[in-house]
Design a protein around this ligand. Structure first.
Ligand SMILES: Nc1ncnc2c1ncn2[C@@H]1O[C@H](COP(=O)(O)OP(=O)(O)OP(=O)(O)O)[C@@H](O)[C@H]1O
Ligand SMILES: [Mg+2]
Length: 663
């Protein structure tokens, strides 16, 4: 290793870097301000992706570059000369007396020049391998690493491992935002890098106002063990954590949310092991929660202008309106699906003349066509059947802790096992609610990272225009002003809506197929980088970030979180439980110390519907002492009538409805 003494640059410090080559420029292959050429010896540890530093011969300028191409050649003019000199025998070629000189010749793209002005072609000088400091400077990380740096992995060259940081101002705003990861299934480590980056963000983000994450689990048990420690991180991986100044630990604050299955007692998630249910909560929405997003639930073709007008009328005048207007067939406040059902029945009765007041004929009701009303009725009432388990008939909903989000907390919404329609509804409502509360600064934290996997499924580039795609577009275009940041992943970026990926400040690529790389979107990527991507090993990724002038390869350690396979082996998911066992588990979610026998005693002889109702009330209001609360919440005599009978505020009106229903 040669020690160089820098005269003009870095006057105060003597830098020690390994010299590996020398810049060359010919008329045919000149250097420019963007790229330069250099040769190295055969044994130099330089390859595609290596970061190098050039100090020009005048020692006036430092140039940092990243190798994008390499060739090797000898002084041989044509292959025939070699053939003749070795008399057609390959072995003679091996033992030839004079070995032909061979060089490696590399092209590097400029990452940074010091000083930056004037912008000039790279001058001739020696080439050195970058060390930590040079890596910091070349990627402009010296300006932000200590303040707003979020470690993403290590730049590795031989023994040298230098931390690479993303700038939180460009990852989660306000300068730029959003992140997208792409690559083939199983090898690209997409989910793993998201988990790693979330952990590194939680450990390193210094901004005020707090940051939380909302992750949608759309694949099996992918994100279900975020609070469990990885069991087998290697010493090398632990060293990587150390170098990145990170603790190798799982997430400390994680909350899981899942809808019920159709039976309304078993939660629809694979996180059902008794030891893990303490932080799993039910997600269940009633009319109020659903009606604002009813367009999601209705088929796009259904919502013509007439249906839209009727829906607007419903949300404005009818649902949850304190003004009970009998002109509109309202006899009480319409709070839940049961109330709504009754309201529709009244309209149909009135319009068919059953109420003896056939004022408007049979085809119209208050200016709306009966056919339209029937259509809306059928679709809305169908939600309950189609999204069983997520939608509840009563007025009690279980939801994310709106207004009380906590700093460095992960909220996982498990929608892996629900039908696409319910997934759409959950995505849309959660994201819109986040947006609403971030806008009014009432969420509890200032920034939320939302992770959506399988983006090509939810926001594909086809012509279809779903409500969810619209929502995702909205986040990617306007989310950063609000602090709503989209982290997304998919196998094929080319299949995702252009404006969504185009708005991502940071892009990550794992192993990819040539087919995918042949798409137009990758045309700016150097062909050598593409070739490298097709053989990329697990844990190595290509990063594009606003501060980095070029694509950079980094390595990251496996997340310090139990993998989904290990998790499923260790915490076997219970098969679907019968009613009694499912209720025992539900109570244990609220208090793991409750005894099964006490729970059984409390529910014995009570109607299942009443148990579910009282339990829902307990989960909402009585988590402190669940069993005691539950017992008090149980109605002495199970109600014979429907939910509406028991929850109506006005007994007079209840009687009315009863009469009406029984007639
Ligand atoms: N840093 C790493 N180094 C080596 N192996 C890793 C690393 N991170 C993850 N892996 C391994 O790679 C495998 C795939 O990881 P991961 O589930 O993140 O991939 P994925 O791209 O999300 O796949 P899919 O598209 O199927 O969801 C896992 O078995 C995991 O243990
Ligand atoms: Mg994945």
């Amino acid at each position: 290793m040669e020690v160089i003494k820098d005269k003009d640059i870095n006057k105060s410090q003597e830098i020690q870097l390994e010299i590996v080559g020398r810049v060359v420029a010919t008329e045919k292959n000149p250097n420019t301000a963007q790229s330069f050429n250099f040769w190295t010896n055969l044994d130099s540890p330089v390859g595609i992706g290596t970061i190098v530093k050039v100090i020009d011969d005048e020692a006036k300028r430092e140039i940092y570059g990243i190798v994008t191409e390499g060739i090797s050649y000898t002084d041989l003019a044509a292959p025939i000369h070699d053939y003749i000199s070795s008399e057609g025998d390959p072995n003679l070629g091996l033992t030839a007396q004079t070995k032909r000189p061979e060089i490696r010749y590399y092209t590097a793209s400029v990452l940074k020049m010091v000083p930056e002005e004037p912008i000039q072609p790279v001058s001739i000088g020696n080439v050195y391998l970058a060390d930590d400091e040079a890596v910091r400077k070349s990627l402009r990380m010296d300006k932000y690493a200590d303040e707003t740096g979020i470690p993403i992995g290590l730049y590795v060259n031989g023994d040298n491992q230098s931390p690479v940081y993303l700038d939180s101002k460009f990852l989660i705003g306000p300068e730029a935002a959003h992140l997208n990861v792409t690559g083939v299934s199983g090898l690209a480590t997409k989910t793993s890098i998201i988990e790693f980056l979330l952990s590194s963000t939680f450990q390193h983000y210094k901004g005020e106002g707090g940051v939380a994450a909302v992750l949608f689990n759309v694949k099996g048990s992918d994100l279900l063990f975020l609070d469990q420690a990885a069991e087998n991180l290697s010493p090398e991986e632990l060293k990587m954590y150390e170098k990145l100044q990170m603790e190798a630990k799982p997430f400390e604050k994680v909350h899981y949310y899942a809808p019920y299955k159709a039976d309304k007692v078993n939660l629809n998630t694979l996180r059902t092991h008794e030891d893990l249910v303490h932080n799993v909560s039910a997600l269940s929405w009633g009319l109020k929660e659903v009606i604002d997003h009813v367009q999601v639930v209705l088929n796009k073709d259904d919502v013509d202008a007439k249906a839209d007008a009727f829906l607007s009328f419903m949300s404005e005048k009818v649902i949850d309106n304190d003004k009970i207007d009998s002109f509109y067939c309202m006899h009480k406040k319409i709070e839940n699906f049961n109330d709504l059902d009754e309201w529709f029945q009244r309209i149909f009765a009135e319009s068919s003349g059953e109420d003896g007041n056939n004022s408007e004929g049979k085809s119209q009701w208050r200016g709306h066509a009966i056919a339209t009303i029937r259509k809306v009725y059928n679709r809305i009432m169908n939600i309950n059947t189609r999204c069983k388990g997520l939608i509840t008939n009563d007025s009690v909903s279980h939801d994310l802790p709106w207004g009380n989000f906590e700093d460095r907390t992960v909220y996982v919404v498990d929608v892996a096992n629900v039908i696409p329609l319910a997934q759409d509804l959950v995505f849309t409502r959660v994201v819109e609610k986040l947006r609403e509360q971030l806008e009014s600064k009432s969420l509890g934290v200032d920034k939320v990272l939302v992770f959506v996997d399988e983006l090509n499924k939810y926001a594909s580039n086809d012509s279809g225009n779903s409500y969810l795609k619209q929502t995702l577009l909205e986040i990617s275009e306007r989310g950063r002003y609000l602090g709503l940041i989209l982290f997304s992943a998919q196998q094929f970026k080319s299949q995702v809506h252009k404006r969504i990926v185009g708005n991502c400040g940071t892009s990550i690529y794992g192993r990819m197929d040539m087919d995918e790389l042949a798409n137009q979107g990758y045309s700016v990527m150097p062909s050598t980088i593409k070739a490298e991507l097709t053989v990329l090993e697990k844990g190595k990724l290509l990063i594009r970030h606003p501060h980095f002038n070029q694509y950079i390869f980094v390595r990251f350690p496996r997340p310090a979180i139990m993998t989904s396979q290990d998790g499923m082996n260790k915490f076997k998911s219970a098969p679907e439980r019968n009613f009694e066992d499912a209720m025992i588990l539900n109570f244990k979610r609220l208090d793991k110390n409750l005894r099964a026998t006490d729970i059984k005693d409390a529910i014995i002889g009570v109607e299942p519907d009443e148990i579910i109702r009282a339990f829902n009330e307990t989960e909402r209001k009585g988590k402190e002492k669940p069993l005691e609360f539950f017992k008090k919440a149980l109605r002495k005599k199970p109600p014979r009538q429907s939910f509406t009978d028991t929850h109506s505020k006005s007994p007079v009106i209840v009687e009315d409805i009863d009469d009406w229903l029984n007639n």
